[in-house]
Structures are given as C-alpha cells and as structure tokens.
Design a protein. Structure first.
Lengths: 205, 1007
C-alpha cells in the first residue's frame, strides 16, 4: 500500500517542469520515513510534528530563527493538523529545492502572513523584524529603529497604500528586485545549502 | 547695508576727515555686490526706483558731463536729469565735480553711464556718504532698522497707509536684505582668514631663528623683533597698535632680498612701510597683501628661503630617521648595560659600582632628552612646512609613489592620473536631508542582522545614487567600509545588495579611490570565483567602474584579477553547448559581458594588456567577437582596441581573423560599437597587411559612409583615424575616392575639434599622394581650409597639415593657389616651430612648392630672412630636419641668384659648406634619406653647388664626403654617367678631389 501511495505522489508532484523525478520522490519519501522514525514520535506515526520539523530545518537547512521556523512549519502544513505528512513533505521540499520563482514567491508570502487574512500587516512585520537589530543603547532606540525599518519596507512594498502588504504588492515588489523575496527573514534554504541538498537527493541513487 | 559698511568693511585706520576704503579683497567684494544690487535695481523694482531720498547722496565724481546722454539736460559743466520730484527738482544734479543723486533709479543709471569706472564711483559715493541708509530713508527709519525685527516695519506700514510710505518701506526692506547679504558675504570671507595669536607667531619666529644665521644652508640670514619689550599678553606692538590686532613687528633678512619689515597681526602677516632711519619709528601702513603666516609670507618673498626650507625639511626627515635608529641602538645598549649591572650587583653588591652605573644611566637620559627636544623642533618645522600651501601635506611620499607607478604601469591613456584632492562635505554646510536618511540606513547596516541589512541596502538603492551628494553621504557616514565589509561575509544576499550600491556609486572618481584605499578590490576579485553568476556579474561591473585609474588597475592585476576576469569570458564559450537551456545561456553571456567590461577598463594599463594576453584572453575575445550581442561587442572591441597599441596584439589580431569581424561590426547600428571598431582599425592599420585586409573585407565603404554623420565627435574622430591609416595604402586611397570620401573629408576641414582635424588632414595627406585625389581636393576647394590650418599650434596637426599641403603642392595648378593663399610663407614660418617634427615636415612640404612655383627664385627671395633661416637650420641635430632642409636648399640652389644669396648668408662660407657636406653625409648614412634625395633630385644641384664653390677643395669636406661612405661616392659616380655635361664635370671634379685627398692621406701615412 505504501508503495502505491508513493507512486501516486510521484506522479502528481512530478508533473511540474522543475520538480523531482519519480526516483527522487521515492528517495525523499524514504528519507521522510527515516526521519519520522528517528524523531521517535509516539503520538503520531504518520508525520513530523513541529519540534521535529524545526530540528530538521535547523540541522539540514541551516535555519536559526525560531519564529520563522514555526512559520515555515505552518506553511508546510497545508491541512493545519499540526503535523507534516509525506505528501506535505514532498510538496514543501519541491518548492524548497526546485521551486520556480513563482512558487517560492507564493511560499514566502504564506510564511509571512500568519493570521490568514491574506495580508501581511504592519504588526506582523514588526514582529518579524523584532530581532533584526542588535541591541542599541536603549530598548526604546531599538524599537524606534525597528519601527523605522517597518516603515521603509511598507513604503517600498505597499503599492496601494493601505498600510498592509497584499500578495499583489508582494509580487510586484519582489519582481522588481529579487532581493526582497525573503525580505522579512530567511525562510528558504540558503543557496549553497540548496546545492548540497540537491546533490544529496541525487546522490542517494 | 549700513551694518555691513560700518562693521565689516575695512576702512583705512589712519587718517582724518573723510576716511577712505582700503583696497582689500573683502572691500572689493562688498563694493561689487553693492554695484550689482544698484545696477539691477531699476529693472527689478521699477516702482521703488522712483522713490525720492530724504537727503541726496553727494560726492565728487570723475565723470564728465559729456558722458550723459538722453534723459539728461547737459551743459558744459552741469547735468540735470529730466526726471524730477514732485517739486520739480531734478533727481540727479551734477555740477563738476560735485554730484547729487536722490533716487535709486538715478543711481542705477549713473552706474550704467560710468561703465568700467563704476567701481570707483561706488567707492567715492560710499566714502562720502558714510551712512547712506539714513540719507535715503531718514533718521527714524534707520532706528527701526536697528531693531532688526520685520514686525516693526510691518507695524509701520499698516499704521500709515499712504502709498508713498509703503514704497519707502519696501526700499527699506530691500536695503536690509542687501545688508544681510553683504554681511553673509563678508562672514564667508572672514572665516577663510586664519587668525594668528601671539603664541603661534612667537613659535614661528623662534623656530625660524633656530634655522637662521650666516652660510648658505640656513633659511634666513637673520630675523629679529623690532622691540625687546613683551607685554603680558605676548604682544610686542605698542598698545595703540594692538587695537588694530597687530602683534609684533619683525625685521627679516633673507639671503636673496633686502631686509623686510614685517607686521604680524591677528589677521595675518604683511609687509609694512619699514622702519624709518632717524627715529626708529615704524611706518605701520600695509604695503603688501596679507599672508596667513610668516612662512608663507617668506616663501612668497624669497626664493632662497623657499628652497632652503624644503632642503631643511628633507634633512630633518633624514635626521629623524637616523635618530630613531640611534635611539633604538642606545636603548639596546642600555638594556644590555642594565643586565650587566644587575649581574654585577648580584655578584658584588658593591655600592660604588652601582653609583657609577647610575651616573651613566642618567647621562644617557639627559642625552636622550636633548635629542628629543631637537626632534620636536624638527617636527614642528615639518608641520610648519606642511601647513603652508606651497608644500601640500604628504606630497613627497605620494609623488614618489606616483613615480613608481609610472615606471611600473605606463598606461595608454592618462585619464584621471592625478589624484584629485579629497572633497569632504563641509561640516557646517547645510547637509541635504538625504544625508541624515543615509546615515540612519548605515546604522542599520552596521547593527542589523541579515534581514535588516538587506532591507537597509534595498532602501539605500532607492536613493538617487547617481547624485554626488548621495555618493559622498554614503562615504562620509562610514557606509563604504560597511559595504566593503559585507562583501567579506557569507551572506549572498548582502553581497548582492552591497555590490549593487557600490556599482552605482563607483561612477564617482573620489569614491573609486576610497574603495581602493579601503581594500575593496581584492575582495571583489575574490567574488569573481563565486558560483553565483549574478554576484560575478556585479563584481566585474564594479571592478569595471573602479579600475578607471592606474593604481586600481594595478591592484586588480596584483590580486590575480586579470586571470579571473579572462576566465569569465570563457563562460559563454563553455555553455554554448546545445544541451544547456537558453535561460542559462543568457546568464552566461551576461557574465562574459561583465568580464569584458572590466577588462576594457583594465586594459588601459600596458602591464594589464600583457597580463590579458598571457591569460589567454585574445582567442576568447576573438570568439566573443563572433556573437551578435551589441552589449557584448562594445566592451570586447573596446578591450581589443585598447590593447592594439601593443605590437603582439596587432599580430594576434591579424592571426585570429579579428579584422573581418571588426569590419562586420562597423555596419552595426550602435554608434559606440562603430566607434570602437573604427578605433581598433585605426590602431591596427599601421600594418600594411591589415590595411589590405580591411579593404578585402569591404571595410572601406562603411568607413566612408560613416563620415557623413558628424554629430558624434568621438566616433567621427575614430572613423577619420581609421580612414587616415587605411589610406596609407594606395589601393585604399583609390577606393576612398570611389566612395566619394575625399569630398566629405574636405568638408570636414572646418568646424571640427582638433582630434578630428588631425585625422582628416592626415587622411587627406595620404590620399593626395595620388594624382586624381590631388585634383579632387583642389576642385572641392580643400586648399583654402588646409592653408588656413597652417597657423595652428597643435604639433600633430601641423605635421599632418604640412604634409597634406606638400602633397597638394606637387600639382603646379594647386601650387599656384597655395602661393596665392600665402601658404608658402606660412610653411616657411613653420620652420621656426620648436618641434623638430614640424620643422622637418614643413621643410619637406616646401620642396615641391619651390619646384612647382612659377618663379621660385623670386618667391623665395621675397621671404624676408627666409634664406638665412633655412641656412641656420643646417645646424640642427635632428637628422630628419637636416635631410629635409638639405632638400630645400638644393631646390633653392637651382636658382643662381638665390645660390648667391645663400652663399652670402653663410657668413662664414667654409662653415656653411662644412655644414652642408656634413648634412649630406649624415643624411646619406640613413637609407631612407638617400632614397628621398634621389626622389627630390637633390644630389645633382648639391654637387653642382659644391663644385661651384670649390667645396671639395676643402680637405675637411672631402673627408666627410668620403667618410660618409659609399652613398655619396656612388651617387657621384652615377652622375658621371649622366647626360648633363656640367653635372658630369662637377661630379668628376668632386671625385677627383676626394681621390686626391685619399692619395694625400696615404702619402702622409707612409712618410
């Protein structure tokens, strides 16, 4: 039965031009199961919970920001069951490692808007940038700096001037300058990690 | 204006009654501003110009009544304006020499009438009316003005409502504005002046004293105060002079000038009227400009002082080094001694020994103190020197470095070679708002994590980075350091963001230097190895911008940048495999393009050209030349064009079949590409084979057609250059005629910049070696503009013009025109040009002129001093000049009368003959000249001349002719066979003389 599901997944994911070959998908799924086992999750045998996933993000993809890792987890977890299953794993990784620009754009936007209203609000930006400045002489000063950074990004990205960033805003800004893709913090694997991981995926065969 | 006049204008201190304005730069500025204000008043404020003053302004004028024209009633000694006040009184009344004026409009007009004397008039007016504002507005208004609050003025306006007082108010406000403006002006002026105080002056004098005395090495013979008494405040000037800021008076005797009596005041140092003999009193009046300190003053006044001062400085530097060494040595010794002493003490514990040891120690200590003191004075002197403007700070080491650079790194273009002074934004200048915003962003760059950094970088990019204020702001708030540091991190996004900014601001020459100084180049060179294509591109593009000056180019080479940049060119080639997708292909092409762009900048240094070649750049460039991307082709051709100044590049360009592609790209639509291709052809076409290749690949036609577009001067210069070099081949010149290029070239002889003219004339000179082309140039009216160009000063241009004129003069009909245009005289006067090339070229051009002139003899004689001039040129050391002059003389000598004149001019006949013979012999040593002599049929008349003057009877001459080897003798032998009887005879006579001499020498040897 497991094998059948694998084949199904391989077929559905493999249709996009940049995504994995069937063999690669199989490899990823095997990797998933081994990770699930290693995580030794008692409650749920079908997937990775948040902590396990965060550990993977940290050790494999070199991410460090807890808050952002949480957000990446939620972006992976499409069905909101607080657990990532094999399908979500493969789909997520296909964006992570082979995603087209459009896919990454969508993914990043999903990571950045959390409350689900389809916009990145000013408060959310503030939250995400909260730790982006090293402590200045006083807390107020740091806060002020962060507020300023929020203003800068809003000025840059909020094209319709409604005080929040819609997907259209985000898309337009990022298309103008790709540096803005991960504007509120790294949520994609770094370029060099990406290369390594791709080799890893290929290398297992 | 009142405040400015009373407070900041410098009035002569001494004097009674009407004081006069001193002639100082500040006063002049103030006067000029006032004149400007008054002059334009009548246009700017026609209403207010009619306002009638409370009291007239009166002064003694130098203007003559006759200067006044319409609008005035003029009699012999009086002038009245037609403009009158409401009582019918004229607003201007002149009764020589007193003038009274009662309106600003009339003042305006008067200044216009005064023309170049208006400054004098304004000065006289202000000197005679010490408080003009009161006179204009009345006493009460002046008090309002002193309150300096506009509120008061407004109050007054609203209180009395009649229109006249409103105008009066306006006048008052305008005057107040002027006053403020003047004050600002003088403030600026004053802030430039350095204030001296008694201590600095004293230090200066003490120091100079230290280096004064008898002997050549000292900076001054003597320097002394005029008074021994020093007041408690450090001044030596009498109290009533201290009020004027004067500190002391010094008698200075430099080596090369009379004793100078100098006033040191807080404003600076200047020459005073000197000490009067009898009473020892000083004439305090200022007699020179004000200098900012004593050293500057003396450097200006005494050359010897300036010279010895710089010597002294060097000596001090050397001394300092030596002393440093000595000091180290001494310290070493001392340490050793201490150790020894310790040992001794341990061993013996003897009181006496210890005492001796201590004595030694203290002695060396005092010695050290002494040297220290000396050193500080030396250092102070150094500081003194560096402060004065003649020796800019640190100029010495820098120039040394420069020389080293020049030696190691000669470049084909000397753009941006001198390092411009660093311009920092002045601290008190009004900083633009961008400055503060950028400062904040830099703060986030410094104190932020990757996310904040990227946001700040991104935001910084949104400023107008092409604007200098932003560029300098980034630097001045320490942004450059941070940006360069970011390049050293692992964060790709930060690197990209940083490079994007560096790429933009490095268009600024100052920023380039700062980047190099901060060590930015090695980091960028390292990035060229990165696997990220966009990073590579950005780094290469930034290098392309930075490497616009020699030091940067050298840094790129020294850090292995050239090899890496050449490797970038390879990208396009390796990915040209069909398997790769087109997207990647485009990115690889972009990498190669950026690499070429950087190489283009780097290739301006000769050493880099060689490095590019060694790194295997030529085949790669040749390969890229086959692509069709214009953006790629421009830097590629640009690099090749720069490098083509090197011989081995030209050979490689031929071998790699690059010419074909250059020609192909001449047909491109892109002007810059056309220009670079033409430049490359210009560089390469010195070589005959290359010229033929250009023709064979059909390059002449596009070149000819590009001539028709004259808007882009750079391209025009390149194209005409290429045509010039190509037309050296006869076949090419013929082709150019077919393409109607000759007519166009003639059309370009006027109204073009010199770079274009040089090439156009050069091309015409080459083309006119052909008969048809010569005729064509004449028919198109090219002779007039050519002859006109003979009066230029550009050396290269003159060489080309003379050559072209000479080529045209071969045609008798053209010659007539040239003669009529006075061309011969102009050519002749060019013989006086300091450059030997011009001289020689002019002389060569004269040959056909003399040959083809109708009455050459008469023409030459008409040139006053002409023959003398040419005879004198025989003394030149330059072979080319000698050869050409000989050719001219032979041509002149064809005319018997001139021959006689030449003989006359050779005041000392023997000397002349010797010169001539020497000239011939020297020239004959040189193969090309022998041919030239033959061509110009020079030998026969020369020999005839030699014979006619029994030249060869002179032993010396025979020796020279004999010694010059076979050339002359061979020619002479040839001439014996000539059909001309006289010539035969002359030649034979010559040879017989030479033989006789040879026999005589032999005889002498045997006896």
């Amino acid at each position: 039965e497991n094998h059948k599901r694998m084949g199904h997944l391989g077929g559905s994911v493999g249709s996009a031009p940049n995504s994995f070959k069937k063999s690669e998908v199989e490899c990823l799924i095997r990797l998933f199961h081994s990770l699930v086992e290693r995580a030794n999750v008692r409650l749920n045998n079908f997937g990775l919970d948040r902590n396990a996933f965060r550990a993977i993000l940290h050790s494999v993809f070199g991410m460090t920001d807890d808050m952002l890792m949480n957000r990446v987890f939620f972006a992976f977890d499409k069905d909101n069951d607080n657990c990532i299953n094999a399908k979500e794993w493969v789909k997520g990784l296909s964006v992570f490692l082979r995603g087209t620009f459009e896919e990454k754009l969508k993914f990043c936007f999903e990571v950045y808007y959390l409350n689900g209203d389809g916009y990145i609000s000013q408060e959310e930006i503030f939250d995400m940038l909260k730790n982006s400045l090293h402590q200045q002489s006083s807390e107020e000063e740091t806060d002020e700096g962060i507020r300023e950074l929020v203003d800068i990004t809003l000025k840059k990205m909020d094209y319709d001037n409604d005080g929040k960033i819609s997907f259209a805003d985000f898309e337009k800004a990022v298309k103008e300058d790709k540096l803005l893709l991960e504007v509120f913090g790294p949520c994609l694997p770094e370029a060099k990690v990406e290369c390594q991981q791709l080799k890893l995926v290929k290398g297992t065969f | 204006m009142g405040v400015a006049l009373t407070r900041s204008a410098q009035w002569t201190a001494a004097g009674y009654g009407t004081r006069t304005l001193e002639i100082t730069p500040l006063n002049e500025v103030i006067l000029k501003e006032i004149v400007m204000f008054v002059e334009s008043f009548i246009y700017k404020h026609p209403q207010e110009a009619k306002y009638v003053f409370v009291e007239p302004l009166e002064w003694k004028t130098n203007l003559d009544p006759s200067a006044f024209e319409s609008g005035y009633i003029v009699s012999e000694t009086t002038v009245k304006s037609e403009e009158v006040d409401k009582d019918g009184q004229p607003l201007l009344f002149l009764s020589v020499p007193h003038i009274k004026i009662r309106s600003l409009g009339q003042l305006s007009r008067l200044l216009l009438i005064a023309k170049d004397r208006k400054l004098k008039e304004a000065q006289a007016c202000i000197e005679a009316n010490r408080d003009p504002v009161t006179k204009i507005l009345g006493l009460d208004y002046n008090t309002v003005k002193e309150d300096t609050s506009t509120v008061n003025i407004l109050d007054k306006i609203t209180k009395d409502e009649d229109p006249e007082s409103e105008i009066k108010m306006k006048v008052g406000m305008l005057l107040k504005q002027l006053d403020l403006h003047l004050l600002n002006h003088s403030l600026k002026h004053i802030s430039l002046q350095i204030c001296l105080n008694p201590t600095t002056v004293k230090n200066d004098i003490e120091l100079l004293k230290h280096f004064s005395g008898k002997g050549e090495q000292t900076v001054l013979e003597s320097i002394d105060y005029t008074s021994d008494y020093e007041f408690s405040n450090g001044c030596r000037a009498p109290p009533w002079r201290q009020i004027h800021g004067e500190i002391c008076y010094v008698l200075v005797k430099p080596h090369d000038v009379e004793t100078l009596c100098v006033t040191c005041s807080t404003e600076g140092v200047f020459l005073n009227g000197g000490k009067t003999e009898d009473e020892g009193e000083i004439n305090y009046e200022r007699k020179s400009e004000i200098y900012k300190d004593l050293v500057t003053f003396l450097k200006e006044k005494s050359a010897k002082f300036s010279e010895n001062m710089s010597k002294q400085r060097k000596r001090e530097e050397r001394k300092k080094e030596r002393k440093e060494k000595e000091k180290k040595k001494r310290e070493k010794k001392k340490n050793e001694k201490k150790k020894r002493e310790k040992k001794k003490r341990k061993k013996k514990k003897g009181e006496k020994k210890k005492g001796v040891g201590e004595g030694n120690k203290s002695k060396s200590k005092t010695k050290q103190n002494k040297t220290k003191q000396k050193r500080t004075t030396g250092e102070y002197l150094l500081i003194l020197c560096t402060l004065s403007p003649l020796a800019s700070p640190g100029s010495c080491p820098k120039s040394a470095e420069k020389i080293e650079e020049i030696l190691s790194d000669s470049s084909s273009e000397n753009e941006e070679d001198e390092e411009p002074p660093d311009r920092r934004q002045e601290a008190n200048a009004d900083l633009p708002s961008e400055y503060w915003q950028i400062q904040k962003l830099v703060k986030y760059l410094k104190g932020g994590n990757q996310t904040a950094t990227v946001i700040a970088l991104r935001s910084m990019k949104d400023f107008n980075l092409a604007q200098e204020t932003c560029q300098l702001a980034i630097r001045d708030v320490g942004g450059l350091e941070v940006l360069i540091n970011l390049l050293d991190t692992d964060e790709v996004k930060c690197k990209i963001g940083s490079l994007k900014i560096l790429k933009e601001i490095s268009h600024n020459p100052q920023i380039r230097r700062n980047i190099v100084d901060l060590g930015g180049l090695p980091v960028m060179v390292n990035i060229l190895d990165s696997p990220h294509k966009s990073l590579k591109c950005l780094a290469a593009e930034t290098i392309a911008n930075v490497a616009k000056f020699r030091r940067a180019r050298r840094a790129v080479r020294h850090h292995g940048g050239i090899t890496k940049l050449v490797a970038l060119l390879d990208c396009a080639q390796s990915s040209a495999k069909p398997a790769q997708s087109s997207l990647y292909d485009a990115r690889d092409v972009e990498v190669a393009r950026c690499g070429a762009l950087a190489l283009w900048s780097c290739s301006k240094s000769n050493a880099n050209k060689e490095a590019i070649r060694q790194a295997g750049g030529i085949p790669l460039l040749a390969h890229l030349l086959k692509t069709s991307h214009e953006n790629m082709l421009i830097p590629v051709v640009g690099t090749l064009q720069e490098c083509a100044s090197e011989e081995n590049y030209r050979a490689a360009i031929k071998a790699e079949r690059i010419i074909e592609n250059l020609v192909k790209n001449l047909n491109s639509e892109n002007e810059q590409l056309q220009e670079q291709c033409a430049m490359a052809i210009y560089q390469c076409a010195e070589d005959k084979e290359t010229r033929d290749l250009v023709r064979l690949h059909g390059g002449l036609k596009p070149l000819a057609s590009l001539l028709n577009n004259t808007d882009n001067k750079e391209r025009l210069a390149a194209v005409t250059g290429a045509i010039w070099k190509c037309s050296i081949s006869k076949e090419n010149a013929t082709k150019f005629r077919e393409y109607e290029a000759i007519e166009t070239l003639v059309g370009l002889l006027t109204d073009q910049p010199e770079e274009v003219l040089v090439n156009v004339v050069g091309a015409l000179g080459e083309c006119c070696q052909e008969y048809e082309n010569r005729v064509l140039v004449r028919k198109c009216g090219g002779l007039q503009p050519l002859v006109n160009l003979l009066v230029g000063i550009n050396q290269t241009l003159l060489v080309n013009v003379t050559k072209a004129v000479g080529a045209c003069a071969v045609e008798p009909e053209s010659m007539m025109i040239i003669d009529r245009l006075d061309g011969v005289r102009l050519l002749w006067s060019l013989l006086k040009n300091p450059h030997p090339d011009v001289k020689a070229s002019a002389a060569w051009a004269l040959c056909p002129c003399i040959q083809n002139a109708k009455d050459a003899g008469e023409m030459v004689r008409c040139l006053v001093g002409g023959l003398e001039l040419i005879v004198n040129l025989l003394k030149s050391d330059n072979k080319e000049v000698l050869a050409s002059v000989c050719a001219v003389i032979t041509n002149i000598a064809k005319d018997q009368e001139n021959l006689a004149v030449i003989t006359d001019h050779g005041v000392n006949n023997d000397k002349l003959r010797r010169h001539l013979a020497e000239a011939i012999s020297r020239c004959c040593m040189w193969g090309r000249n022998r041919v030239a002599f033959g061509e110009y049929k020079a030998v026969a008349p020369l020999v005839r001349y030699l014979k006619s003057n029994d030249l060869s009877e002179d032993v010396d001459n025979c020796i020279t002719i004999h010694e010059n080897g076979n050339g002359a003798v061979k020619l002479l032998l040839g001439m014996i066979g000539s059909s001309d009887h006289d010539l035969q005879e002359a030649a034979a006579g010559c040879i017989s003389n030479i033989r006789r001499l040879a026999l005589a020498i032999d005889k002498a040897r045997y006896t």
